[in-house]
Design a protein around this ligand. Structure first.
Ligand SMILES: Cc1cc2nc3c(=O)[nH]c(=O)nc-3n(C[C@H](O)[C@H](O)[C@H](O)COP(=O)(O)OP(=O)(O)OC[C@H]3O[C@@H](n4cnc5c(N)ncnc54)[C@H](O)[C@@H]3O)c2cc1C
Length: 182
């Protein structure tokens, strides 16, 4: 015998409240802990549909803002991990990295603007502190041009500190380390 109409209404309402409308029904993170559903759960979708839904959720970065945030995260993290006493090669690498970003950054107007920023502010990578302060400075130049808040560079180590890797396994070797200067 089907459940009384009042229960069906409550169950339908609870599903609408507890599961975000744009959420796929199999997204366990957003499923309610307690569902009032009286009907058995729908059968799982065929594997091909699951793939399509997952693909949609991990769509490639397409927005300028997302690419920007991801790039700044990488650049500030590289600067935070940069050796206190870099080798000549590491100093060259830092300059080359920034030059490559200014040529290959996937937003032409951003790349062109960043070339100008680099011309006016040549890379300073004589030490970890110098490189991370320089990175903060040029990020602020971009922030200013976009009307964004200026970041206080004295707080850059608090925002982008050394990675917490076991036994400092993320640290790069520098001129001061066992490996000789390249
Ligand atoms: C090289 C480069 C050039 C770009 N040029 C352009 C452009 O010309 N036009 C455009 O529209 N977009 C450009 N972008 C993207 C833009 O800078 C932002 O990344 C994007 O708009 C998203 O901004 P956001 O406010 O989320 O934070 P973001 O600016 O991406 O910053 C990410 C996080 O870094 C921290 N942060 C902010 N400022 C600093 C700083 N000075 N030092 C250290 N940490 C800081 C904050 O915690 C912030 O949340 C560029 C990105 C890069 C990497």
């Amino acid at each position: 015998m089907p459940p009384p109409a009042v229960f069906q209404t409550v169950a339908a309402f609870s599903r609408r409240l507890l599961i975000a409308p744009e959420t796929a029904p199999d997204d366990h993170r957003l499923r309610p802990l307690l569902s009032l559903s009286l009907s058995p759960p729908p059968p799982p979708p065929p594997p091909s549909e699951v793939l399509k839904e997952k693909d949609a959720k991990v769509a490639p970065l397409t927005h300028k803002e997302e690419v920007g945030r991801a790039t700044w995260m990488l650049l500030h993290t590289i600067a935070a991990q940069f050796p206190d006493e870099p080798t000549r090669q590491q100093k060259r690498d830092a300059k080359e990295l920034m030059a490559l970003i200014s040529r290959l950054y996937p937003c032409k107007e951003c790349a062109d603007h960043f070339k100008e920023v680099l011309k006016a502010n040549p890379v300073q990578a004589g030490s970890q502190a110098e490189f991370s302060q320089w990175m903060c400075y040029v990020h602020n130049v971009v922030n200013r041009s976009l009307g964004k808040t200026i970041f206080p560079c004295q707080r850059v180590n608090a925002r982008w500190g050394k990675l917490d890797c076991p036994e400092r396994s993320c640290d790069l070797e520098g001129a001061n380390d066992i490996m000789p200067n390249r």
